[in-house]
Design a protein around this ligand. Structure first.
Ligand code: PRP
Length: 247
């Protein structure tokens, strides 16, 4: 045998040993950890964060791909994109172990999931908005009409917090139209920069709560995959504290 053959054999053997050891470390039979990400800006930001802690997914970068589920075989991770309101559903039923979605959706859907981390991006506020004149109606607890994409949040706020009886009308978007075309007196909606309200002659009348992107976890996965999920949470926490520290 040529001496080079011996060299290659030895190195191949070392490579195999190391690879086996690495696999054992990670748990070779480790099952996939599945992530459901709310489509759009939140998913993009979440994937950037995941990449920074070393759990990226190359497959997802291919813009032309028609795939729905993306896999990182090495780390046994699966990712899929879903409509925001569906993310807590996938997580509650265990179709995804982990979800990234806005706090607004978590509150509205009210699913049985653990909310484990504020990811610190996608910051905005849930507010009662309308023309300034509607402020008086709110103050005197008048029977008013409230239009919203978030009827459960509106109900919780008006019925349980303010103890005010209101008529809630569900809309699916462009909610600002409500008071403008006299469908409703006020709206319950997300305010980020405030420019949509301003451009349409509306204002924030009451603030319900602050919002941002959150990580949610399936309740069984949290018990069965505690170590992996804890590590993920800690790495993400460290990443955001590093950022704040560095700024
Ligand atoms: C959201 C929200 C407001 C707007 C607030 O709407 O419902 O309309 O953004 O943002 P701003 O304070 O920065 O102006 P989105 O763009 O999601 O569309 P939608 O109206 O169809 O829900």
């Amino acid at each position: 045998m040529h001496f080079m053959d011996g060299f290659l054999c030895r190195n191949w053997y070392c490579y195999c040993l190391l690879r086996n050891w690495n696999r054992k470390e990670m748990g070779e039979d480790m099952r996939y950890l599945t992530f459901a990400l709310g489509k759009g800006r939140l998913a993009k930001k979440a994937l950037q964060m995941f990449e920074q802690i070393g759990i990226g997914c190359e497959e997802m970068k291919d813009k032309d791909s028609r795939k729905l589920v993306f896999v990182n075989e090495e780390l046994k991770l699966r990712f899929f994109l879903a409509k925001g309101p569906d993310v807590p559903t996938y997580v509650e039923y265990g179709a995804a172990d982990i979800g990234v979605v806005g706090k607004d959706t978590i509150m509205e859907e009210n699913r049985r999931v653990y909310e484990v981390l504020d990811l610190g991006f996608g910051k905005c506020r849930m507010c009662v908005c309308g023309p300034e004149s509607a402020g008086e109606l709110l103050k005197h607890h008048e029977m008013i009409r409230v239009a919203s994409k978030y009827p459960n949040i509106a109900k919780e706020y008006f019925y349980n917090k303010k103890h005010q009886t209101v008529d809630i009308i569900k809309l699916n978007g462009s909610v600002e139209l409500g008071p403008m075309v006299e469908l409703s007196d006020v709206i319950v909606d997300i305010v980020e920069t405030g420019s949509t309200l301003k451009e349409n002659g509306l204002a924030v009348l009451e603030e319900i709560c602050p919002l941002s992107a959150r990580m949610i976890v399936n309740q069984v996965s949290m018990q069965m995959q505690t170590e992996r999920i804890r590590k993920l949470i800690n790495d993400l926490k460290q990443l955001s504290s590093c950022k704040t520290g560095g700024e």
